[in-house]
Design a protein around this ligand. Structure first.
Ligand code: PLP
Length: 226
């Protein structure tokens, strides 16, 4: 199947209210160009260097979304052009993005990443930690980031009930924070990947991050680092 065929099939299966992020990590610029020519404009990457290298050679109206774990010392590489950072999983990272954005005169859209899976290894806040920290109001000093919503990854399991329970928990927190704290600008709930995006959409996702169903499976170099 071509990238274009895959993209069309996925677009047709998504409600108009759901934004598609095409996750192009590990795939060459030619694959991104093919998706671009098929009308796709938002691409997701998980490594800052890879994203910066691709950004420098691809059309300037592409909107680059950072979806992977981000180290504070890599923020500077992507801050000048990144459109949204989905993976803000600590106060320190949030502050670093805010400072860097201020330094270069930008305001960067961010999502707060929640740990919703039962698996241990995933990054992200848990709901109580996040709400407790938000209650300190410290984040109000961060004037060069705009908190647009939440991101989460469900457990990598076949159990659809478990996946939808995790997504529904994230949706409930999203609704709560929108109503009690952030208001209408907080409009993005990033959940759903190739394997579970239909469940995510049923649970209220507004943004899905889809890679392998568009570009095919990924092969990582042996020496790759997460
Ligand atoms: C790789 C990745 C995706 C896309 O995964 P697929 O299963 O290929 O659709 C989505 N979100 C994050 C955070 C990822 O790292």
């Amino acid at each position: 199947m071509s990238v274009q065929t895959n993209l069309t099939a996925i677009r047709n299966s998504l409600p108009a209210t759901v934004t598609l992020v095409a996750v192009s990590k590990t795939h060459p610029v030619e694959a991104i160009q093919a998706a671009y020519e098929a009308g796709q404009r938002i691409f997701g990457e998980n490594r800052p260097q890879e994203m910066a290298a691709k950004q420098s050679v691809l059309p300037s109206d592409i909107r680059w979304h950072m979806i992977g774990h981000l180290q504070t010392n890599k923020v500077r590489l992507i801050a000048p052009f990144v459109d949204m950072i989905h993976s803000v999983d600590s106060e320190r990272l949030w502050q670093t993005i805010d400072r860097e954005a201020a330094r270069i005169g930008r305001t960067i859209d961010i999502l707060l990443e929640l740990h919703i899976a039962r698996e241990e290894s995933k990054h992200g806040w848990n709901g109580e930690e996040l709400t407790a920290w938000l209650d300190t109001d410290t984040y109000r000093e961060f004037t060069h980031t705009r908190v647009r919503g939440l991101m989460g990854m469900a457990s990598y399991v076949d159990d659809r009930d478990q996946i939808s329970e995790e997504f529904r928990g994230l949706k409930a927190l999203f609704d709560h924070l929108r109503q009690t704290r952030f208001g209408s600008e907080f409009d993005t709930l990033s959940m759903g990947m190739s394997g579970d995006y239909r469940i995510a959409v049923d649970c209220g996702s507004t943004m899905v991050r889809i890679g392998s169903s568009i570009f095919g499976s990924r092969s990582y170099p042996i020496d790759s680092q997460q």
